[in-house]
Design a protein around this ligand. Structure first.
Ligand code: NAD
Length: 472
């Protein structure tokens, strides 16, 4: 087992909110890489079950559900300047907690921008308000000018999170392999110009999870390898994608945002009901779900060159997720019930028999066609590398730990997104936990093998149009 090295000595209190698949997996990593005592931590979650990891490491816990009315008293009262809040809960507003931490002088990290319970399912809210675009804008609106504000790292799990560092590594590899040079960009603008110069048109977060448990999905239950609540909530949100400057067919069900970064559009349909063609090295061509995710917007925004309203360059960026097979069946059943959740829910983790999470970024449209860069991690490898983890959770908990370490070492950076963290330092911390880290070129395009069965409405002049990826 990797004993790791201590990256930082921490004297304060670390409050962990939520202790599900990610919270349980991150505790051993935090204790492995940060010099602190388990008693410096405090876990807050509503119910007493599922505390094995906390009990094994001697981490204190308290059981209470955090809500709008009690979050100041329950969480705020436990944070002093220099303390840290690691938010790994669902249904608790990230912006409320970020605001609280900024006020108290405490560090903050989450892996997803969550609203208060019910916001995703509020049928009276217009679709634009149920987007991750709106959630991101509300978090960024808490930024204040100047340095010296407590560091709050937002959306730093696997995706969103680690994949933004994969994109930078992939751009550097692509630049090297195509003879475009080895100089690393220094500024945000430089990264955008590098992507533009390389001709990257579309970036998928292309993921294929093949893990399965001892007991397969039963009728009436939703099975997944990470939060069922989290996945269903984001799957019911409108599909969203960073909208590239090369796109020439605006989707019939597409809608533009009216303010903010203007980097993304949304579709007036749930992401869990929107499929796209994508490719990963081991799975080959697959259909993934275009689930909305923060990185689709933040990466597209970060790589935008020129004026936001009329950019010279922006890639199309979106998630293309093939979850574990039982989750695909669960989504099929959920869609049939018009997105009303099944009565049963089951998270598979300790009972996973076999499988891999192949998670990476697929950069397309450049001189070498398509390039996938990412992590191929099996459940067996994950268990050897760190207890209380599956392949899926370890790809999230490693960057969460790395983000906490970075925040502790850099406590006054204000509210930051993954793209604003040093990718090489984060990759160094995560690398031991990612299994095989590979970069693979492919001649795959979404037009490969198309049109022989039925006549399809395709743009054959430019394979990288969103229209060609979409499964109609
Ligand atoms: P989970 O459903 O397994 O666990 C969620 C935890 O939150 C549970 O312990 C639950 O009891 C707790 N919780 C629920 N309501 C609460 C409340 N009112 N107050 C306090 N705690 C409450 O979820 P998970 O898989 O561990 O995911 C946790 C978070 O991480 C979610 O926001 C999820 O979207 C996010 N996530 C991000 C990534 C990524 O790669 N960025 C990947 C997986 C999960």
């Amino acid at each position: 087992m990797n004993e790791g090295r201590k990256e930082h000595r921490f004297e304060g209190r670390l409050v962990i909110l939520g202790f599900g698949s990610i919270g349980q997996g991150v505790v051993p990593l935090l204790l492995r890489h940060i010099e602190m005592r388990p008693e410096q931590m405090l876990i807050i979650k509503p119910h007493a079950g599922g505390m094995d990891a906390a009990d094994e490491y001697g981490v204190p816990h308290l059981h209470a559900a955090v809500d709008e009315a009690n979050h100041r008293q329950l969480v705020g009262s436990r944070l002093r300047p220099g303390d840290c809040l690691l938010n790994l809960s669902v249904d608790v507003s990230s912006t409320a907690l970020i605001g609280l931490c900024q006020e108290r002088g405490a560090l903050y990290l989450d892996t997803c921008i969550e609203p208060w319970a019910g916001a995703y399912t509020d049928e009276s809210a217009p679709p634009a308000q149920r987007t991750n675009y709106a959630l991101r804008e509300s978090a960024l609106a808490l930024r204040r000018p100047g340095r010296g504000r407590p560091t709050a790292v937002i959306t730093h799990g696997a995706n969103p999170g680690l994949v933004s560092h994969f994109v930078k590594r992939a751009l550097l590899n692509l630049a090297h392999d195509t003879g475009a040079g080895d100089a690393a960009p220094r500024t945000r603008d430089d990264w955008g110009r590098l992507a533009q110069r390389l001709g990257v048109r579309t970036i998928h977060i292309a993921e294929r999870d093949t893990q399965f448990g001892e007991q397969r999905k039963q009728p009436g239950e939703f099975v997944n390898t990470w939060s069922v609540d989290g996945f269903v909530a984001e799957g019911r949100q409108p599909a969203e994608l960073g909208w590239g400057t090369h796109e020439r067919h605006f989707p019939a069900d597409g809608a533009r945002q009216e303010s903010g970064s203007l980097a993304a559009i949304y579709l007036t349909r749930p992401g869990a009901g929107t499929r796209v063609r994508t490719w990963t090295p081991l799975a080959g061509p697959i259909h993934g779900f275009l689930i909305t995710h923060g990185e689709s917007i933040s990466i597209a925004d970060y790589l935008t060159v020129g004026d936001r309203a009329n950019p010279a360059y922006r890639p199309t960026v979106h998630y293309a997720y093939h979850p574990c097979d039982d989750a695909v069946l669960s989504l099929h059943e959920l869609a049939g019930a018009n997105w009303r959740m099944q009565s049963g829910q089951r998270l598979i983790k300790h009972d996973i028999v076999s499988g891999m999470d192949e998670l990476g970024v697929l950069l397309m449209g450049h001189a070498r066609g398509a390039y996938w860069y990412g992590s191929q991690l099996t459940s067996a490898q994950a268990r050897t590398l760190c207890p209380f983890n599956s392949a899926t959770s370890l790809q999230v908990t490693a960057p969460a730990m790395a983000g906490v370490v970075w925040a502790m070492k850099n406590p006054d950076r204000g509210i930051v997104e993954p793209e604003e963290l040093p990718h090489d330092e984060i990759m160094r911390l995560c690398r031991p936990y990612l299994g095989e880290l590979v970069g693979v070129y492919s001649d795959w395009t979404p037009l490969a093998d198309r049109g022989w069965l039925f006549d399809e409405d395709l743009d054959r002049d430019d394979p990288w149009q969103f229209k060609n990826f979409r499964v109609s």
